[in-house]
Design a protein around this ligand. Structure first.
Ligand SMILES: [Zn+2]
Length: 258
């Protein structure tokens, strides 16, 4: 059997810190306590491939939502020599504004989204109800919707390898069709979980964030990702400030996770 290629994973902070109640990130706990969180995209590099995981927020929306500490993902990626306009593959973990609104910043990319996630946010009238509208961006979603039927959009059905050593895993709970990214690394299988959990602590204590559309599905997802990842320290959350502070820095606001 041929050895699977290994990849490096980088966390690219493009906004934050933001302050909010602990309860938002850690389900129904410590409403009165505040904590910091950051906004990230990730880069997976190796075997001649460079994949970006999530799009970040578009400059116009960052201004409208007054997101603190914002840098355009284009400028952030440039710090490690990446030109967003030439990125060929972007994995969208889920269709929340902080993960998809910057889609226009990658004009040469093919986007990988779970079909279930796409169908909910783009086609289901329930996605237009207030709680869902709050976490979505009409501009980014419109761009994504217009790509349907073109080569630039791959609608993924469940678990699927996209290049050797990188597999997308359907992981619902935070949203109807969130996907995580399982990556072969020198330390074994790492998983970029995005907002499957906001913090490392969510995985450690088996308690999700407050942003959950299906708690039962999340519990099953938790067991699934835990069984796939080589060790719990290789299971990365979506918004933990530790991804910036506890790993080797390679450029301003960019660290190497593995
Ligand atoms: Zn998020």
């Amino acid at each position: 059997m041929e050895a699977k290629p290994v990849y490096e994973i980088y966390a690219v902070k493009y906004a934050g810190p933001l302050y909010g109640s602990v309860a938002l990130a850690f389900w129904n706990t410590d409403w009165e306590k505040k904590m910091e969180r950051n906004y990230y995209i990730w880069v997976v590099k190796g075997n001649g491939e460079t994949l970006v995981v999530d799009c970040g927020v578009a400059p116009a929306l960052a201004k409208e939502r007054e997101i603190p500490g914002y840098t355009s993902p284009v400028d952030a990626l440039a710090r490690i020599g990446l030109d967003a306009s030439r990125v060929k593959k972007v994995i969208i973990t889920h269709i929340h504004f902080d993960h998809v609104s910057g889609i226009e910043l990658y004009p040469a990319a093919t986007f990988y989204v779970q079909e279930k996630e796409f169908n909910f946010w783009i086609k289901d009238p329930i996605a237009k109800k207030p709680p869902f509208l709050r976490t979505s961006d009409a501009v980014g979603n419109g761009y994504l919707a217009r790509l349907e039927g073109t080569e630039r959009l791959v609608l993924v059905k469940g678990d699927k390898g996209i290049v050797p050593g990188i597999e997308l895993l359907l992981a619902p709970g935070h949203t109807p069709g969130l996907q995580v990214v399982a990556v072969n690394t020198v330390k074994g299988t790492a998983i970029l979980g995005s907002d499957c959990a906001h913090l490392f602590r969510n995985y450690e204590e088996e308690i999700p964030s407050c942003f959950i559309v299906d708690m039962v599905a999340w519990m099953k997802t938790y067991d699934k990702v835990k069984s796939k990842v080589s060790s719990l320290d290789l299971l990365f959350p979506g918004h933990d400030t530790k991804m910036l502070t506890d790993y080797p820095k390679v450029a301003e606001d960019i660290t190497r996770l593995v």
